[in-house]
Design a protein around this ligand. Sequence first.
Ligand code: RUB
Length: 331
Amino acid sequence: MSRIPSRVTEIAEAIKVMKIRGAGRIARAAAEALKIAAEEYVGPVESQAFLDYMEKIGSYLKSTRPTAVSLPNAVGFVLLRLRRGFEAGLPVPKLRKVVIDAAETFIRNSRLAVEIIGRIGSKRIRDGEVILTHCNSSAAVSVILHAHREGKRIKVYATETRPRFQGYITYKILKKAGVKVTLIPDSAIRFFMKDIDKVVVGADTVTANGAVVNKIGTSLIALAAHEARVRVFVAAETYKFSPMTVLGELVEIEERSPLEVVSKEYLDTNPAITIRNPAFDVTPPEYIDAIITEKGLIPPKAAILVLREEFGRIIEEGILSIVEESFSKEF
Ligand code: RUB
């Protein structure tokens, strides 16, 4: 089998160490990696060998980070089209083109989705409002930037987002665009909530019941916002919706190294210390007012409708295989 090209391993490594981060960027990087893999394939001319190689690359990319469903959805988008081409009997050069076209389509649609979300979401922001955002979400930033460009005199609070400080990226982007932005420690959220009109955050995964998995701390923000009757908006492309959750699967929450929380010196001098570092948490649908997608604004409970429309076939096939397994057992 053709070996994994070094440009693909570089992308996978960059996702792992978070040089490439944020669910949308991760998804686009994975699509790009699949495109590179197809372009650089030098294995046997049999279609089956090409399919096996691409499936292997897909699994490898999916193993880099576990929580954002945008990653398996991006890989699935490309490989589904490859499998269809394979079943139609296409030869390797044609299959290669199928992968390249699918990857480019995914990347283009993904960028367009962020833009559309910005336009839709900004309509919900009024002149003079104060927005709170968390972490660094391209979709949430798109909403804020559109509101700003439309001339709305908004003010933004951006959390630091410990332990990886992605809030600094948000701060920098907004500042550069001329938005009035203030950086605050994560623990100051409730202190500032009385000044805030709307919370706008992104998503790594949206589940079948409308719960949103996003950067650790999001659920605390939503809880504080709920208490203060502040509206919470989640900006999420439809490829952040998880078809596997319809089949009962739980979203794996990534736990990262304690070295993101304390220094190596501290760890070395306190070897018995226990540290946990979950990277994401789950905000229940009750604490979310609306999810802004590129297909429109929806209440979180309507997540299942998006899932049925976008991933209907995958869900049907999943249900079918569960039914088949059940029939093969005696009950
Ligand atoms: C990033 C994060 C972002 C979402 C949405 O976590 O939680 O809010 O991924 O981002 P990490 P986007 O930094 O650990 O990847 O809207 O850009 O897809």
